[in-house]
Ligand binder design. Structure first.
Ligand SMILES: [Zn+2]
Length: 73
């Protein structure tokens, strides 16, 4: 299971550029990331964290990976 959009990463405003934001970890612009995990650099702490957990739910409802095997007979 994957989230359709990965937008819960820490963002910071790009100085001097109105309405432009970037990932606080890898400094890639949010417009370049475009809501996808692959938009972050492979070294991005946010991307690494999500890749290591399989994916991540939106903040408060984290499910264990084992629940994914539910529909196996
Ligand atoms: Zn990033």
């Amino acid at each position: 299971m994957k989230k359709p959009y990965y937008i819960d990463f820490p963002q910071e405003h790009i100085e001097g550029q109105m309405h432009k934001y970037r990932c606080a970890h890898c400094k890639v612009e949010t417009t370049a990331i475009n809501g996808s995990l692959e938009g972050h650099l492979p070294t991005c702490a946010y991307r690494i964290k999500l890749e290591h957990t399989g994916y991540e739910a939106s903040g408060c409802s984290v499910k264990p990976v084992s629940s994914m095997a539910d529909d196996v007979d």
